[in-house]
Design a protein. Structure first.
Ligand code: AGP
Length: 622
């Protein structure tokens, strides 16, 4: 493994702790409904729960890292420890993993509303301390329930909507003295999208799912309930996926699953692939860097989808009159490249939809329509909403996702896996090139005009580009104090420019803006002066001449130019060389050095690439 300068940089914990403190200090949020994207985890078994919960939360904290907490039931009491910060920080401060008891719950929070403080951190106790809960999602009718419970003497310690679940369960338990019965009553009273896990002081554990991810891990020494496989993958590879509207009662020896009316429902144990277990950094200092370096392999795996899957997808698209493609963030950038390829090579009329905008845009889905939905996590609320809107209008939904157990895969008539292994780094990297690999194969299938990419050659080219990291580090150090960067690309490259500017924004916090080179003179050129840094994506293809013109225009205004191209050119202040490949396939390789540039810019600015401020890996709320 080549030496990575980040090793010297990071006496890991010191600068991380410093970063977290700076981020938390900077993060002030309005006080309203406590919607959040978090990770929740529970355990009932014969081992001490707290260490298992802390280890599982560490693996899931890419879902949210503002606060963390654990609660266990022990000797007819519930013990709670929680605090502001990442799991390792809170554990260092209050020893979460020392809590006794073999039944417990844990939580990491990503606050969208409600301050980042200890009171709003989960777990939340009922006012009589008999029940504790952790929650992911939104309780829409929380205000009305809170008023009702307050009138019956239940008190509240936080601003969150989640705490209502604890007191509601407590009230129903106080009347029934039966944990399962009180769950059924509580579930009939809650409105919203949620997954929560509750424990009672006498050691009961219950977990319910309604439109937020939740699964059960079937272990040798007990049962887990978790938002994500990563919560328990080190302890078992056997999982039961809860469906919407189901809840589970877990004890050290038994599991029972019912619908919200309490009717027992059958369940199936599924084996999860071992690759989830190795979702660790191995000897990379960050997941993001590891995932960038995995691309020579993952692009081969994505490209290896079965012909049957390909035929299915292509047949569905060909038979549809109206074709739509959608996604959010990086997945939307991939969708735009898909649209370009289908239109240019397969001559298919296709419309792209930014998922968060679908509800506002005049889209006429009908039974002759097909929606191709791209989502790494398969849980992005905006993408799921677009898919629901399409399905409600009779359209077919097919999806390309990295989580075949996700809500999106479940609601699609056909779902194809990116097969790139768990992506932990919040910034999508390997999933983007895998999405492109599948879209290229699909285009080839749909038209035959575009040859199928030679993924071995692409993979080798990416490996060579990754070897050039030290030069990219040097450029990143030049950008250390730069506040604005412009990324230009023409034709298909404009979408790679959009992805590159997104990576620079979310990893290095540089304000990066992308636009087609031809748009410069229609306004953006006014921004260009000798302080400006401009990245031009300029391989030797049909866009070369027009992008060279744009490059001269910015150079003439004194800008520093970073050229991404297979053709050297004196006009570049920094040249990131590309291998020469078939014109159509440049997007598959030219994004890689730009991912590395964003990563090393983050390092140069002491930002934590794996946990960018204010972001989370899967955006499960609207
Ligand atoms: C990309 O780096 C970001 N993490 C974000 O834009 C992401 O692509 C977006 O939230 C969509 O996520 P999905 O692919 O899991 O739906």
């Amino acid at each position: 493994m080549h030496q990575l300068s980040t090793r010297q940089l990071s006496s890991k914990n010191d600068w991380e702790e410093d970063i977290v403190r700076k981020i938390l200090a900077a993060f002030k949020a309005p006080k309203t409904l406590d919607q959040h994207m978090c990770s929740i985890l529970g355990y009932a078994g014969s081992s001490q729960a707290a260490p298992l919960l802390v280890e599982g939360l560490r693996r899931m904290e890419y879902r949210g890292y503002d606060s963390a907490g654990v609660a266990t039931s022990f000797m007819d009491r519930i013990l709670v420890k929680k605090g502001v910060g990442r799991v390792f920080e809170v554990n260092n401060a209050v020893n979460l993993d020392s809590l006794p008891g073999d039944v417990g719950i844990g939580h990491t929070r990503w606050a969208t509303h409600g301050k980042v403080n200890e009171a709003n951190a989960h777990p939340h106790l009922s006012s009589s301390n008999g029940i504790a809960i952790v929650h992911n999602g939104i309780i829409d009718n929380y205000l009305e329930l809170k008023r009702e419970l307050s009138l019956s003497g239940y008190t509240f310690r936080s601003e969150t909507d989640s705490e209502v679940i604890a007191n509601l369960l407590q009230r129903n338990y106080d009347t029934t003295r039966d944990f399962k019965k009180s769950m059924i009553t509580t579930l009939s009273q809650l409105k919203g999208k949620y997954a929560f896990i509750a424990i009672s002081k006498d050691g009961g554990l219950a977990a319910a799912r309604f439109q937020e991810p939740l699964m059960i891990g079937v272990g040798k020494h007990g049962y887990f309930a978790s938002s994500d496989i990563l919560g328990f993958v080190r302890n078992t590879d056997e999982v039961v996926y809860l469906d919407n509207g189901q809840f589970a009662m877990l004890s050290s020896k038994a599991i029972s699953i019912s619908d919200f009316e309490g009717n027992p429902t059958p369940h199936q144990i599924t084996k999860i692939s071992k690759e989830f277990a190795d979702a660790d950094k191995s000897d990379y200092v960050h997941y993001t860097l590891k995932e960038i370096y995995e691309q020579p392999i993952t692009i081969l795996r994505a490209g290896g989808m079965t012909t049957r899957e390909l035929d299915w997808l292509a047949a569905s698209i060909v038979r549809s009159k109206n074709v739509y493609i959608t996604g959010s963030g990086t997945s939307f950038n991939a969708a735009l490249i898909g649209k370009y390829l289908f239109s240019k090579y397969a001559r298919i009329k296709i419309e792209s939809l930014i998922s968060s905008e679908t509800q506002f845009s005049p889209v006429y889905f009908d039974s002759n329509s097909i929606l191709i939905a791209l989502s790494q996590s398969g849980e992005s609320a905006d993408v799921l909403e677009t898919a629901n809107i399409a399905k409600d209008s009779g359209a077919e939904v097919i999806s390309i996702t990295n989580v075949m157990t996700s809500s999106l895969a479940h609601m699609s008539s056909i779902s194809v896996s990116l097969n790139c292994g768990p992506e932990i780094g919040v910034a999508a990297t390997k999933s983007f090139t895998s999405q492109l690999a599948i879209l290229y194969k699909l285009t080839n299938k749909l038209c035959g005009v575009l040859d199928a990419p030679d993924f071995n050659q692409i993979s080798n080219n990416i490996s060579k580009l990754l070897l050039n990291y030290s030069y990219i580090q040097q450029i990143a150090s030049e950008l250390k104090n730069v506040s604005d960067i412009y990324v230009l690309g023409n034709g298909i490259h404009q979408y790679v420019a959009m992805e590159a500017s997104l990576k620079l924004k979310e990893l290095s916090y540089i304000h990066a803006e992308s636009f087609p080179g031809g748009e410069l003179k229609h306004g953006p050129l006014a921004l260009i002066d000798s302080n400006a840094y401009v990245v031009v994506i300029n391989p030797g293809d049909s866009t070369y001449a027009s992008m060279s013109t744009a490059t001269h225009e910015v150079k003439a205004r004194g800008a520093k130019v970073i050229g991404i191209s297979n053709i050297p050119n004196e006009i570049y202040d920094y040249w990131m060389p590309l291998p020469t490949v078939d014109e159509a396939f440049y997007p598959l390789i030219e994004i890689v050095p730009l991912q590395l540039l964003a990563y090393y810019s983050a390092i140069e600015r002491n930002a934590n690439p794996d946990y960018p401020r204010n972001l989370a890996k899967s955006v499960t709320v609207k």
